[in-house]
Write a protein that binds this ligand. Structure first.
Ligand code: HOZ
Length: 428
Protein backbone atom coordinates (compact mmCIF):
# COMPACT_ATOMS: atom_id res chain seq x y z
CA UNK A 1 0.00 0.00 0.00
CA UNK A 2 1.33 3.43 -0.90
CA UNK A 3 1.59 6.25 1.59
CA UNK A 4 -1.27 8.23 0.00
CA UNK A 5 -3.48 5.17 0.28
CA UNK A 6 -2.45 4.64 3.89
CA UNK A 7 -3.13 8.28 4.76
CA UNK A 8 -6.45 8.26 2.92
CA UNK A 9 -7.56 5.25 4.97
CA UNK A 10 -6.63 7.03 8.19
CA UNK A 11 -8.15 10.30 6.98
CA UNK A 12 -11.51 8.75 6.16
CA UNK A 13 -11.87 7.69 9.81
CA UNK A 14 -11.46 11.23 11.13
CA UNK A 15 -12.27 13.64 8.28
CA UNK A 16 -15.52 13.44 6.26
CA UNK A 17 -14.60 11.74 2.99
CA UNK A 18 -10.96 11.91 4.08
CA UNK A 19 -10.59 15.45 2.71
CA UNK A 20 -11.09 19.01 3.85
CA UNK A 21 -12.78 20.09 0.64
CA UNK A 22 -14.88 17.79 -1.56
CA UNK A 23 -13.12 18.67 -4.81
CA UNK A 24 -10.00 16.93 -3.46
CA UNK A 25 -11.69 13.57 -2.97
CA UNK A 26 -11.33 12.12 -6.51
CA UNK A 27 -14.93 10.88 -6.24
CA UNK A 28 -15.66 11.77 -9.85
CA UNK A 29 -12.53 10.14 -11.24
CA UNK A 30 -12.00 7.23 -8.86
CA UNK A 31 -8.80 6.21 -7.12
CA UNK A 32 -6.89 7.49 -4.16
CA UNK A 33 -6.28 11.23 -3.78
CA UNK A 34 -2.60 12.03 -3.79
CA UNK A 35 -1.43 13.39 -0.46
CA UNK A 36 1.02 16.13 -1.28
CA UNK A 37 4.14 16.57 0.81
CA UNK A 38 5.85 19.44 -0.99
CA UNK A 39 5.96 21.56 -4.09
CA UNK A 40 8.30 23.80 -5.98
CA UNK A 41 7.68 25.86 -9.12
CA UNK A 42 5.36 23.88 -11.36
CA UNK A 43 6.01 20.57 -9.58
CA UNK A 44 4.27 18.86 -6.69
CA UNK A 45 5.53 15.75 -4.92
CA UNK A 46 3.30 13.27 -3.15
CA UNK A 47 3.91 11.29 0.04
CA UNK A 48 5.25 8.40 -2.03
CA UNK A 49 7.86 10.69 -3.58
CA UNK A 50 6.16 10.81 -7.00
CA UNK A 51 6.56 14.04 -8.88
CA UNK A 52 3.84 15.65 -11.00
CA UNK A 53 3.65 18.70 -13.23
CA UNK A 54 0.89 20.58 -11.50
CA UNK A 55 -1.89 22.18 -13.56
CA UNK A 56 -4.15 22.81 -10.57
CA UNK A 57 -1.93 25.27 -8.71
CA UNK A 58 -3.95 25.05 -5.50
CA UNK A 59 -7.02 26.00 -7.60
CA UNK A 60 -5.67 29.36 -8.66
CA UNK A 61 -3.67 31.31 -6.08
CA UNK A 62 -0.25 30.29 -7.34
CA UNK A 63 0.08 32.35 -10.49
CA UNK A 64 3.81 32.57 -9.86
CA UNK A 65 4.15 28.86 -9.10
CA UNK A 66 4.72 26.99 -5.84
CA UNK A 67 7.09 28.29 -3.19
CA UNK A 68 8.14 31.36 -5.17
CA UNK A 69 11.29 32.64 -3.46
CA UNK A 70 10.18 36.26 -2.95
CA UNK A 71 6.82 35.19 -1.53
CA UNK A 72 8.42 32.70 0.87
CA UNK A 73 10.92 35.27 2.07
CA UNK A 74 8.17 37.82 2.71
CA UNK A 75 6.14 35.29 4.68
CA UNK A 76 9.15 34.19 6.76
CA UNK A 77 10.09 37.80 7.47
CA UNK A 78 6.53 38.60 8.55
CA UNK A 79 6.33 35.44 10.67
CA UNK A 80 9.36 36.46 12.69
CA UNK A 81 7.45 39.58 13.76
CA UNK A 82 4.46 37.63 15.02
CA UNK A 83 1.74 35.52 13.47
CA UNK A 84 -1.40 37.46 14.32
CA UNK A 85 -2.24 40.58 16.29
CA UNK A 86 -5.99 40.94 15.91
CA UNK A 87 -5.18 44.62 15.47
CA UNK A 88 -4.59 46.98 12.58
CA UNK A 89 -1.33 46.72 10.62
CA UNK A 90 0.55 48.73 7.99
CA UNK A 91 0.42 45.76 5.58
CA UNK A 92 -3.39 45.83 5.52
CA UNK A 93 -3.34 49.46 4.42
CA UNK A 94 -0.74 48.68 1.76
CA UNK A 95 -2.72 45.72 0.51
CA UNK A 96 -5.96 47.72 0.32
CA UNK A 97 -4.18 50.56 -1.51
CA UNK A 98 -2.67 48.10 -3.95
CA UNK A 99 -6.00 46.44 -4.75
CA UNK A 100 -7.65 49.85 -5.20
CA UNK A 101 -4.87 50.97 -7.52
CA UNK A 102 -4.94 47.82 -9.64
CA UNK A 103 -8.74 47.48 -9.81
CA UNK A 104 -10.24 50.96 -10.28
CA UNK A 105 -13.86 49.95 -9.53
CA UNK A 106 -12.70 49.22 -5.97
CA UNK A 107 -12.74 52.43 -3.97
CA UNK A 108 -12.68 50.73 -0.58
CA UNK A 109 -11.96 47.15 0.35
CA UNK A 110 -12.28 44.90 3.38
CA UNK A 111 -9.96 41.91 3.82
CA UNK A 112 -11.38 38.58 4.96
CA UNK A 113 -10.09 35.01 5.09
CA UNK A 114 -11.53 33.29 2.02
CA UNK A 115 -13.55 33.77 -1.13
CA UNK A 116 -16.56 32.30 0.66
CA UNK A 117 -16.39 34.97 3.35
CA UNK A 118 -15.91 37.67 0.74
CA UNK A 119 -19.05 36.63 -1.14
CA UNK A 120 -21.12 36.07 2.00
CA UNK A 121 -20.21 39.58 3.17
CA UNK A 122 -20.77 41.21 -0.23
CA UNK A 123 -24.22 39.64 -0.50
CA UNK A 124 -25.17 40.84 2.98
CA UNK A 125 -23.89 44.29 2.10
CA UNK A 126 -25.92 44.36 -1.13
CA UNK A 127 -29.05 43.42 0.80
CA UNK A 128 -28.36 46.03 3.47
CA UNK A 129 -27.56 48.75 0.96
CA UNK A 130 -30.60 48.20 -1.25
CA UNK A 131 -33.02 47.03 1.45
CA UNK A 132 -34.04 44.22 -0.89
CA UNK A 133 -34.05 40.48 -0.13
CA UNK A 134 -33.33 38.60 -3.36
CA UNK A 135 -30.16 37.72 -5.20
CA UNK A 136 -29.75 36.42 -8.74
CA UNK A 137 -26.98 33.91 -9.37
CA UNK A 138 -26.23 31.75 -12.39
CA UNK A 139 -26.60 27.99 -12.52
CA UNK A 140 -23.19 26.32 -12.43
CA UNK A 141 -21.43 29.37 -11.02
CA UNK A 142 -19.81 28.74 -7.66
CA UNK A 143 -19.35 31.47 -5.10
CA UNK A 144 -18.14 29.53 -2.08
CA UNK A 145 -20.25 27.73 0.43
CA UNK A 146 -22.34 30.34 2.24
CA UNK A 147 -26.02 29.33 2.46
CA UNK A 148 -27.51 31.60 -0.17
CA UNK A 149 -24.87 30.65 -2.75
CA UNK A 150 -25.29 26.87 -2.56
CA UNK A 151 -28.31 26.83 -4.82
CA UNK A 152 -27.62 25.24 -8.24
CA UNK A 153 -23.91 25.78 -7.74
CA UNK A 154 -20.92 24.54 -9.70
CA UNK A 155 -17.56 23.13 -8.59
CA UNK A 156 -17.82 20.27 -6.07
CA UNK A 157 -21.63 20.30 -6.14
CA UNK A 158 -21.71 19.88 -9.89
CA UNK A 159 -18.99 17.24 -9.74
CA UNK A 160 -20.97 15.33 -7.11
CA UNK A 161 -24.24 15.80 -9.07
CA UNK A 162 -25.77 17.68 -6.14
CA UNK A 163 -27.85 20.47 -7.58
CA UNK A 164 -27.96 22.27 -4.23
CA UNK A 165 -26.79 21.57 -0.70
CA UNK A 166 -29.06 20.21 2.01
CA UNK A 167 -29.24 22.25 5.19
CA UNK A 168 -30.21 25.51 3.53
CA UNK A 169 -33.43 26.97 5.00
CA UNK A 170 -36.20 27.19 2.42
CA UNK A 171 -36.56 30.91 2.98
CA UNK A 172 -32.89 31.45 2.14
CA UNK A 173 -33.07 29.25 -0.95
CA UNK A 174 -36.22 31.06 -2.09
CA UNK A 175 -34.39 34.35 -2.02
CA UNK A 176 -31.73 33.00 -4.38
CA UNK A 177 -33.04 33.24 -7.93
CA UNK A 178 -31.22 31.27 -10.59
CA UNK A 179 -30.61 32.42 -14.16
CA UNK A 180 -28.63 30.93 -17.04
CA UNK A 181 -25.21 32.38 -17.83
CA UNK A 182 -25.02 33.80 -21.37
CA UNK A 183 -28.83 33.93 -21.57
CA UNK A 184 -29.89 37.50 -20.87
CA UNK A 185 -33.59 36.62 -21.31
CA UNK A 186 -33.41 34.36 -18.28
CA UNK A 187 -32.20 37.38 -16.28
CA UNK A 188 -34.85 39.65 -17.76
CA UNK A 189 -37.60 37.24 -16.70
CA UNK A 190 -36.39 37.21 -13.10
CA UNK A 191 -36.34 40.99 -13.00
CA UNK A 192 -39.82 41.07 -14.48
CA UNK A 193 -41.31 38.64 -11.95
CA UNK A 194 -39.54 40.20 -8.95
CA UNK A 195 -39.87 43.96 -9.36
CA UNK A 196 -37.88 46.00 -6.83
CA UNK A 197 -36.94 42.79 -5.02
CA UNK A 198 -33.48 42.06 -6.36
CA UNK A 199 -30.59 43.37 -4.31
CA UNK A 200 -27.82 42.01 -6.50
CA UNK A 201 -26.83 39.91 -9.44
CA UNK A 202 -23.69 37.97 -8.61
CA UNK A 203 -21.64 36.30 -11.29
CA UNK A 204 -18.22 34.98 -12.08
CA UNK A 205 -17.38 37.21 -15.02
CA UNK A 206 -15.80 34.14 -16.61
CA UNK A 207 -17.35 31.06 -15.02
CA UNK A 208 -14.60 28.68 -13.94
CA UNK A 209 -16.50 26.27 -11.77
CA UNK A 210 -18.49 24.41 -14.45
CA UNK A 211 -15.36 23.85 -16.42
CA UNK A 212 -14.56 27.05 -18.26
CA UNK A 213 -17.35 29.00 -19.96
CA UNK A 214 -16.60 32.28 -21.72
CA UNK A 215 -19.06 35.17 -21.67
CA UNK A 216 -20.73 35.73 -25.05
CA UNK A 217 -20.10 39.09 -26.62
CA UNK A 218 -22.22 41.74 -24.96
CA UNK A 219 -23.62 39.48 -22.21
CA UNK A 220 -21.77 41.12 -19.33
CA UNK A 221 -22.57 44.59 -20.68
CA UNK A 222 -26.27 43.71 -20.88
CA UNK A 223 -26.11 42.42 -17.34
CA UNK A 224 -24.54 45.68 -16.20
CA UNK A 225 -27.29 47.62 -17.94
CA UNK A 226 -30.09 45.54 -16.37
CA UNK A 227 -28.62 46.06 -12.91
CA UNK A 228 -28.28 49.81 -13.36
CA UNK A 229 -31.80 50.17 -14.75
CA UNK A 230 -33.29 48.18 -11.86
CA UNK A 231 -31.34 49.70 -8.97
CA UNK A 232 -29.67 46.32 -8.45
CA UNK A 233 -26.00 45.91 -7.58
CA UNK A 234 -23.69 43.93 -9.82
CA UNK A 235 -21.31 41.78 -7.80
CA UNK A 236 -18.39 40.45 -9.81
CA UNK A 237 -16.94 37.31 -8.32
CA UNK A 238 -13.30 37.58 -9.30
CA UNK A 239 -12.04 35.02 -6.81
CA UNK A 240 -10.53 33.04 -9.71
CA UNK A 241 -10.18 35.72 -12.39
CA UNK A 242 -8.96 38.59 -10.19
CA UNK A 243 -5.29 39.38 -10.96
CA UNK A 244 -5.26 36.28 -13.19
CA UNK A 245 -6.72 37.65 -16.41
CA UNK A 246 -4.52 40.73 -16.04
CA UNK A 247 -3.79 43.10 -13.17
CA UNK A 248 -7.32 44.51 -13.44
CA UNK A 249 -8.94 41.07 -13.66
CA UNK A 250 -11.84 40.09 -15.92
CA UNK A 251 -13.60 43.42 -15.32
CA UNK A 252 -10.75 45.26 -17.01
CA UNK A 253 -10.58 42.72 -19.83
CA UNK A 254 -14.31 42.98 -20.59
CA UNK A 255 -14.71 46.66 -19.70
CA UNK A 256 -17.23 46.04 -16.92
CA UNK A 257 -17.65 48.26 -13.88
CA UNK A 258 -19.17 46.19 -11.06
CA UNK A 259 -20.57 47.80 -7.92
CA UNK A 260 -18.86 45.25 -5.72
CA UNK A 261 -16.12 42.72 -6.40
CA UNK A 262 -15.03 39.68 -4.45
CA UNK A 263 -11.45 38.40 -4.43
CA UNK A 264 -9.53 35.47 -3.02
CA UNK A 265 -6.81 33.11 -4.24
CA UNK A 266 -4.13 35.28 -5.92
CA UNK A 267 -4.36 38.13 -3.38
CA UNK A 268 -3.21 35.67 -0.71
CA UNK A 269 -0.31 34.18 -2.67
CA UNK A 270 -1.24 30.72 -1.32
CA UNK A 271 -2.31 31.77 2.18
CA UNK A 272 -5.95 32.05 3.25
CA UNK A 273 -7.29 35.45 2.15
CA UNK A 274 -10.37 36.96 0.59
CA UNK A 275 -11.56 40.52 0.06
CA UNK A 276 -14.65 42.37 -0.99
CA UNK A 277 -14.64 45.92 -2.21
CA UNK A 278 -16.25 48.41 -4.52
CA UNK A 279 -18.10 51.71 -4.51
CA UNK A 280 -17.29 53.97 -1.59
CA UNK A 281 -20.95 54.75 -0.85
CA UNK A 282 -21.73 51.04 -0.54
CA UNK A 283 -18.58 50.04 1.34
CA UNK A 284 -19.17 52.89 3.79
CA UNK A 285 -22.11 50.93 5.14
CA UNK A 286 -19.81 48.21 6.50
CA UNK A 287 -19.32 48.30 10.30
CA UNK A 288 -17.89 50.22 12.07
CA UNK A 289 -18.77 53.01 9.57
CA UNK A 290 -22.23 51.64 8.94
CA UNK A 291 -24.63 49.08 10.34
CA UNK A 292 -23.81 46.07 8.15
CA UNK A 293 -21.72 43.84 10.32
CA UNK A 294 -18.70 41.88 9.20
CA UNK A 295 -15.67 40.87 11.27
CA UNK A 296 -12.82 38.36 11.67
CA UNK A 297 -10.04 37.60 14.16
CA UNK A 298 -7.58 36.64 11.43
CA UNK A 299 -8.75 39.10 8.76
CA UNK A 300 -5.80 40.90 7.20
CA UNK A 301 -3.45 38.40 8.82
CA UNK A 302 0.18 39.58 8.59
CA UNK A 303 1.46 36.41 6.87
CA UNK A 304 -1.32 36.44 4.32
CA UNK A 305 -0.89 40.13 3.54
CA UNK A 306 2.88 39.66 3.23
CA UNK A 307 2.39 36.87 0.68
CA UNK A 308 -0.37 38.71 -1.15
CA UNK A 309 1.39 42.06 -1.38
CA UNK A 310 4.58 40.42 -2.64
CA UNK A 311 2.75 38.46 -5.30
CA UNK A 312 0.68 41.46 -6.42
CA UNK A 313 3.75 43.70 -6.59
CA UNK A 314 5.56 41.16 -8.77
CA UNK A 315 2.56 41.02 -11.10
CA UNK A 316 2.30 44.79 -11.21
CA UNK A 317 6.01 45.21 -11.94
CA UNK A 318 6.10 42.42 -14.53
CA UNK A 319 2.94 42.56 -16.62
CA UNK A 320 4.84 40.51 -19.21
CA UNK A 321 4.08 37.52 -16.97
CA UNK A 322 0.50 37.71 -18.22
CA UNK A 323 1.52 37.67 -21.87
CA UNK A 324 3.86 34.77 -21.24
CA UNK A 325 1.38 32.53 -19.45
CA UNK A 326 -1.39 33.45 -21.88
CA UNK A 327 0.88 32.50 -24.79
CA UNK A 328 1.66 29.14 -23.15
CA UNK A 329 -2.06 28.54 -22.68
CA UNK A 330 -2.80 29.56 -26.27
CA UNK A 331 -0.19 27.07 -27.53
CA UNK A 332 -1.66 24.38 -25.32
CA UNK A 333 -5.20 25.04 -26.56
CA UNK A 334 -4.14 25.23 -30.23
CA UNK A 335 -2.14 22.02 -30.09
CA UNK A 336 -4.82 20.15 -28.15
CA UNK A 337 -7.35 21.24 -30.75
CA UNK A 338 -5.12 19.90 -33.54
CA UNK A 339 -4.81 16.57 -31.73
CA UNK A 340 -8.55 16.41 -31.16
CA UNK A 341 -9.08 16.84 -34.90
CA UNK A 342 -6.30 14.43 -35.86
CA UNK A 343 -7.58 11.58 -33.66
CA UNK A 344 -11.24 12.49 -34.08
CA UNK A 345 -11.76 12.79 -30.34
CA UNK A 346 -15.11 14.12 -29.10
CA UNK A 347 -13.56 17.00 -27.20
CA UNK A 348 -13.33 20.75 -27.28
CA UNK A 349 -11.04 23.23 -25.55
CA UNK A 350 -12.07 26.49 -23.91
CA UNK A 351 -9.39 28.87 -22.72
CA UNK A 352 -8.77 32.45 -21.71
CA UNK A 353 -5.62 34.03 -20.30
CA UNK A 354 -3.93 31.30 -18.29
CA UNK A 355 -7.09 29.24 -17.73
CA UNK A 356 -8.04 26.23 -19.81
CA UNK A 357 -10.50 23.34 -19.87
CA UNK A 358 -10.81 20.40 -22.22
CA UNK A 359 -14.41 19.19 -22.29
CA UNK A 360 -15.04 15.68 -23.57
CA UNK A 361 -17.95 16.49 -25.85
CA UNK A 362 -18.46 17.02 -29.56
CA UNK A 363 -20.36 20.25 -29.04
CA UNK A 364 -19.19 23.69 -28.10
CA UNK A 365 -19.59 24.54 -24.42
CA UNK A 366 -21.06 28.00 -23.97
CA UNK A 367 -23.52 27.44 -21.16
CA UNK A 368 -24.27 25.31 -18.13
CA UNK A 369 -26.68 23.22 -20.21
CA UNK A 370 -23.93 22.53 -22.74
CA UNK A 371 -21.80 20.93 -20.01
CA UNK A 372 -24.34 18.10 -19.72
CA UNK A 373 -23.16 16.63 -23.00
CA UNK A 374 -19.68 15.94 -21.55
CA UNK A 375 -18.61 12.36 -21.10
CA UNK A 376 -17.39 12.35 -17.52
CA UNK A 377 -16.26 8.73 -17.79
CA UNK A 378 -13.81 9.59 -20.55
CA UNK A 379 -12.56 12.48 -18.44
CA UNK A 380 -12.02 10.10 -15.51
CA UNK A 381 -10.00 7.72 -17.71
CA UNK A 382 -7.99 10.61 -19.11
CA UNK A 383 -7.36 12.07 -15.65
CA UNK A 384 -6.07 8.76 -14.27
CA UNK A 385 -3.91 8.13 -17.32
CA UNK A 386 -2.34 11.57 -16.99
CA UNK A 387 -1.83 11.13 -13.27
CA UNK A 388 0.11 7.90 -13.90
CA UNK A 389 2.17 9.84 -16.44
CA UNK A 390 3.06 12.51 -13.87
CA UNK A 391 0.58 15.16 -14.93
CA UNK A 392 -1.66 16.53 -12.20
CA UNK A 393 -4.99 17.81 -13.56
CA UNK A 394 -8.17 18.73 -11.72
CA UNK A 395 -9.98 15.59 -10.53
CA UNK A 396 -13.20 16.70 -12.20
CA UNK A 397 -14.38 17.53 -15.70
CA UNK A 398 -16.02 20.64 -14.28
CA UNK A 399 -12.97 22.47 -13.00
CA UNK A 400 -10.35 24.47 -14.87
CA UNK A 401 -6.62 24.10 -15.45
CA UNK A 402 -4.19 26.82 -14.37
CA UNK A 403 -0.90 27.80 -16.00
CA UNK A 404 1.59 29.66 -13.84
CA UNK A 405 4.75 31.63 -14.42
CA UNK A 406 6.67 28.57 -13.23
CA UNK A 407 5.46 26.45 -16.18
CA UNK A 408 7.86 26.10 -19.07
CA UNK A 409 7.36 25.27 -22.72
CA UNK A 410 8.62 21.79 -21.88
CA UNK A 411 5.88 21.38 -19.29
CA UNK A 412 3.26 22.25 -21.89
CA UNK A 413 4.95 19.92 -24.36
CA UNK A 414 4.86 17.15 -21.79
CA UNK A 415 1.11 17.58 -21.23
CA UNK A 416 0.58 17.59 -24.99
CA UNK A 417 2.70 14.51 -25.68
CA UNK A 418 0.98 12.50 -22.98
CA UNK A 419 -2.45 13.62 -24.12
CA UNK A 420 -1.60 12.59 -27.67
CA UNK A 421 -0.54 9.17 -26.44
CA UNK A 422 -3.87 8.88 -24.62
CA UNK A 423 -5.80 9.91 -27.74
CA UNK A 424 -3.81 7.44 -29.87
CA UNK A 425 -4.36 4.52 -27.49
CA UNK A 426 -8.08 4.98 -26.97
CA UNK A 427 -10.96 4.51 -29.36
CA UNK A 428 -13.61 7.22 -29.03
N1 HOZ B 1 -13.21 27.14 -6.51
C1 HOZ B 1 -12.36 26.05 -6.21
C2 HOZ B 1 -12.69 24.87 -7.07
N2 HOZ B 1 -13.41 25.20 -8.19
C3 HOZ B 1 -12.42 25.79 -4.78
C4 HOZ B 1 -11.60 24.68 -4.32
C5 HOZ B 1 -12.31 23.93 -3.27
O1 HOZ B 1 -13.55 23.97 -3.22
O2 HOZ B 1 -11.62 23.26 -2.52
Amino acid sequence: MGKSEELFKRAKKVIPGGVNSPVRAYQAVGGVPRFISKADGARIIDEDGREYIDFVGSWGPLILGHARKEVLEAVCKAARNGLSFGAATRAEVEMAELIKEMVPSVEMVRLVNSGTEAVMSAVRLARGFTGRPKIIKFEGCYHGHSDSMLVKAGSGLMTGSLSSSAGIPEATANDTLVAQFNDIDSVARLFEYNPSQIAAVITELVPGNMGLVLPKEGFLQQLRRFCTENGTLLIADEVITGFRLGTGGAQELFGIQPDLTTFGKIIGGGLPVGAFGGRRDIMSMVAPCGNIYQAGTLSGNPLATAAGITQLLILKKHPEIYSRISALTQTLADELTKQIQKYDVPATVNHIGSLFCMFFTNSRVESYDDTHSCNVNVYATYFNYMLRQGIYLAPSQFEVGFISDAHTEDDIESLLKKTEKFFRKNAF
